[in-house]
Design a protein. Structure first.
Length: 115
């Protein structure tokens, strides 16, 4: 009877060991699958980050171009305003110079007539 019990225990141990090996191989395969999924997810995340960075760079480039154009137009219009003001001041200075010259000529003629 002891031999039968020992044989059954030995058989149970062998079956348990075989089942454990089968389970270990399945777990190993599932970990391989998980590893592949993680690598794929990381690759997808890198691609999405790369795409988002490219879009951001393009957006910043468009914004800088727009800002540059606006600044250029503003400076151009300010230059035109300053040119007009300079022309006005030049005209006023010429008129003042002519007026002073006329007054000086009148003073000379008065001085010459007095002498």
């Amino acid at each position: 009877m002891n031999a039968i019990v020992l044989s059954l225990i030995l058989l149970g141990t062998v079956v348990t060991a075989a089942l454990a090996l089968v389970l270990l191989s399945r777990v190993s395969r599932s970990f391989d699958g998980v590893g592949k999924e993680v690598r794929e997810e990381l690759r997808t995340s890198r691609e999405e980050a790369r795409s988002a960075a490219k879009e951001l760079r393009e957006e910043v480039s468009v914004g800088l171009t727009s800002t540059s154009d606006t600044l250029s137009k503003t400076l151009e219009s300010m230059g035109k305003v300053q040119q007009a003001q300079l022309e006005g001041m030049t005209k006023q200075l010429k008129e003042l110079n002519d007026s002073n010259q006329d007054a000086l000529d009148r003073i000379r003629s008065t001085f010459v007539s007095v002498l």
